[in-house]
Design a protein around this ligand. Structure first.
Ligand code: GLC
Length: 743
């Protein structure tokens, strides 16, 4: 017995000594440290590190399925997700470090997507702010709250480009464009991971869903993805790479197959691209049971093969399917999987644990004191309110109906979402308690304490019950102004929430038009997680604000915008179609050989619909107006060594301060591949005082003009370019320049 305890004492000392150096950063190479532990591990313990299991937390408080507790104690679990709380994570961590032979600490992961307890706007809404500082701040606060509850890993940022709003998960990302999507991805990684992953208020990020999950055929979640290599690389892969280049330490493989090979066993994306081309050195975790789902995909006959094909393709950790824990040992014995492959996976996972400081102090994230102080603090709520207001997009404001007068005497607030706390925080709202959310009705009451405010539901979100309309019409008739709050239930977007129609659900449009008949002024607040086909709403109503799901401070933020305490500055990160039949529709479309011509039947258009969107990418109004002039370039041509300096004057031509998102697009006139009519290559969000003129400067180089050329080589080509600038992707002023040799 003495021999064993001596062995364990030496072992512990070895681990502590090795770890101390790592955390203090004096250790030059994580590899040496992970190698030292790996050398001590049995095959069973190695496989344990590759297994991630969920902790089923329910309303009676956290519990975990018995078998996992035992496996944690035996060192057979590398990470747990859906477990949070200083005490609860401490209890699970104690099971791992006090009972297992090698005392390797657990990772604790969770879907901290747009806030942890203080909930920020859904990600698509945050992206609509085009405000990278705000987005980073949101992720920073989320990381701090999550780490205060024992979490050290989030399954975010979701970097999936989405051009099909039928897909419910469009709400979780940053929309249709790789340039904007990349900027948002970088901001979120910075926010989550900070400058030092070992500090106790930062958490490991996870770039998901790798790859191209947002291109599901027919917008139907989990459906197949099939696209050219060029579109994959030129569009869908770009934000993932941006997040990885920003330092994200984990990646999650996606449910879908890509060009016939499921991502979870797709060596081309998990190893050839991710490791060999991008030099990603973190670890890859599968999505929920996506390893065993390979059987459903029809690419493997059984779970053992699923485990073998996925780990050999480059998957390091198996989320929840237990395929790795049940089969890898036998697969190694049968030489279907090389133990070296497992060693590599284990090292990647141990390295992240080192980087988080978990070997130095496994309980560093389990602070009851921080938990009590930080969660839902006034400061965090104030930040959520500010970012929610910045995320809202003013879609229409005919006759400057908005902003409203706070001294108004009476207001009817009508609609199935107006007082729904649950829907204010949207989907994937982590540990957010919707009971703590401020509804739109509450926000308006707080903003206008002296006004008589009547709330009427008007109708349900998604049924044909007309019994509540009469009451709503009466409320509108008996007040000076009506605010309609319409849209989708929070669970109508997010995972497994695809819709074949993008219309307002139920009879909301009918109810709204019945209310409009009162002749009272009516403004519309939309709460939704995807573009909707709201052409009738746009035709009938003078003012429409896209509020998305604004989060914990929803009502206050909506009121700030409605009553002008915040001048809306959001711009759409995704195109709003006129009808679902136009999908996929996005701004960076191509000219075709027969561009639409209303006077020529034989050109690219519909018989029954316009080619144009209802609202374009990059579109959003303000309570003030801006003009663009003096677009100048420092040179008429650039080669590989030159920088094109672009200057434009933006003037606030209105009567109140406002922020404008100045967008820069380019159009390559002739290329070896059909060039998009425009591509976003820069944006600046800036605040301008009334009457003030600001000169905005952009810099472009040949690097910014690279693309996958006709032979699929990545580079640029000499030629003539249009350079387009404006406050959206349609109303643009232009100049031109040439790219010349040498390149
Ligand atoms: C879900 C989602 C993924 C999430 C994971 C863990 O199915 O696809 O985004 O991170 O499972 O909850």
């Amino acid at each position: 017995m003495k021999t064993i305890s001596l062995y364990l004492l030496v072992l512990s000392l070895l681990i502590v000594i090795s770890c101390k150096n790592v955390v203090n950063g004096t250790c030059s190479d994580f590899d040496n440290k992970t190698d030292s532990i790996l050398a001590l591990m049995t095959l069973e313990e190695k496989i344990g590190q590759l297994s991630l299991f969920t902790s089923e937390m329910d309303q009676t408080g956290p519990f975990i399925k018995r078998e996992y507790e035992e496996e944690i104690k035996q060192g057979k679990v590398g990470a747990i997700f859906n477990a949070y709380g200083a005490d609860y994570t401490r209890r699970l961590q104690e099971m791992a470090v006090n009972n297992s032979r090698l005392k390797i600490p657990l990772l604790f992961g969770y879907d901290v997507i747009h806030g942890h307890q203080t909930i920020f706007p859904v990600s698509l809404g945050e992206a609509a702010s085009w405000d990278m500082e705000a987005i980073e701040r949101s992720a920073r606060i989320a990381a701090s709250e999550a780490s205060a509850q024992g979490l050290n890993w989030t399954f975010a940022p979701m970097c999936d480009i989405a051009r099909d709003p039928r897909w419910g998960r469009i709400s979780e990302g940053a929309g249709e464009d790789p340039f904007l999507g990349s900027a948002v991805a970088r901001a979120r990684v910075r926010g989550f991971q900070g400058d030092d992953l070992s500090s106790t208020n930062t958490i490991a990020a996870c770039v998901k869903h790798f790859a191209a999950y947002g291109a599901a055929l027919a917008g139907r979640d989990y459906n197949s993805v099939d696209m050219s290599e060029r579109v994959l690389r030129e569009c869908y892969l770009v934000p993932y790479k941006a997040a990885i280049d920003e330092g994200a330490v984990t990646v999650m493989s996606s449910f879908n197959d890509i060009n016939g090979i499921p991502a979870t066993m797709n060596r081309y994306i998990l190893t050839d691209i991710l490791r060999d081309e991008w030099h990603f050195s973190g670890f890859v975790v599968s999505d929920y049971t996506s390893v065993t789902e390979l059987i459903q995909h029809g690419t493997v006959p059984d779970t053992a093969a699923a485990a073998a094909f996925s780990v050999n393709a480059g998957l390091d950790m198996d989320m929840q399917s237990a395929a790795f824990s049940d089969y890898l040992e036998i697969l190694v014995q049968k030489k279907k999987v090389d133990e070296k492959t497992i060693d590599e996976a284990v090292k990647r996972i141990l390295k992240v644990k080192y980087m988080l400081g978990l070997f130095d102090d496994p309980f560093r994230y389990c602070s009851r004191e921080r938990e009590e102080k930080e969660l839902l603090s006034d400061e965090n709520r104030a930040a959520a309110r500010d970012i929610a207001a910045r995320s809202m997009v003013l879609l229409k404001n005919q006759g400057s109906v908005l902003p409203l007068d706070k001294m108004i005497k009476s207001i009817a607030v009508i609609g199935p979402l107006a007082d729904s706390k649950r829907d204010m925080i949207g989907s994937w709202s982590a540990a957010g308690d919707f009971n703590k959310a401020v509804t739109v009705v509450e926000g308006i009451r707080a903003k206008c304490p002296s006004a008589r405010i009547i709330y009427a539901k008007g109708c349900n979100i998604d049924d044909t019950d007309q019994s509540k309309i009469k009451e709503a019409v009466a409320a509108s008739r008996n007040t000076d102004l009506t605010i309609l709050v319409l849209g989708e239930a929070a669970n109508m977007t997010g995972e497994a929430a695809s819709r074949a129609s993008l219309d307002l659900p139920g009879i909301q449009q009918y109810m709204a038009e019945e209310v409009l008949k009162t002749g009272k002024p009516v403004v519309v607040v939309l709460m939704n997680g995807r573009p909707l086909t709201i052409t009738r709403l746009n035709d009938y109503f003078p003012a429409i604000i896209e509020a998305w799901y604004p989060g914990t401070e929803a009502g206050n933020a909506v009121a700030d915008v409605l009553f002008g305490d915040y001048n809306p500055s959001g711009k759409l990160p995704v195109t709003f179609p006129r009808s679902v039949g136009q999908i996929p529709i996005f701004y960076s479309e191509k000219n075709t050989g027969r561009p639409s011509d209303p006077d020529n039947k034989y050109t690219s258009k519909y018989l029954d619909e316009s080619n144009d969107p209802l609202y374009a990418f990059g579109y959003g109004l303000s309570y003030t107006t801006f003009s663009y002039s003096n677009l100048t370039l420092n040179r008429n041509e650039i080669d590989a060594n030159d920088t094109l300096i672009v200057r434009v004057t933006v003037k606030n031509t209105g009567k109140r301060k406002g922020e404008e998102v100045v967008q820069l697009y380019i159009h390559d006139r002739v290329a070896s591949v059909t060039p998009p009519l425009k591509l976003l290559k820069g944006f600046v969000k800036t605040e301008i005082e009334p009457g003030e003129e600001k000169e905005i400067v952009f810099k472009l180089t040949a690097e910014d003009l690279k693309f996958y050329r006709g032979d699929m080589s990545y580079g640029c080509e000499p030629g003539r370019y249009d350079l387009l600038i404006g406050g959206n992707s349609v109303d643009l002023i232009s100049s031109e320049f040439s790219l010349v040799l040498p390149l």
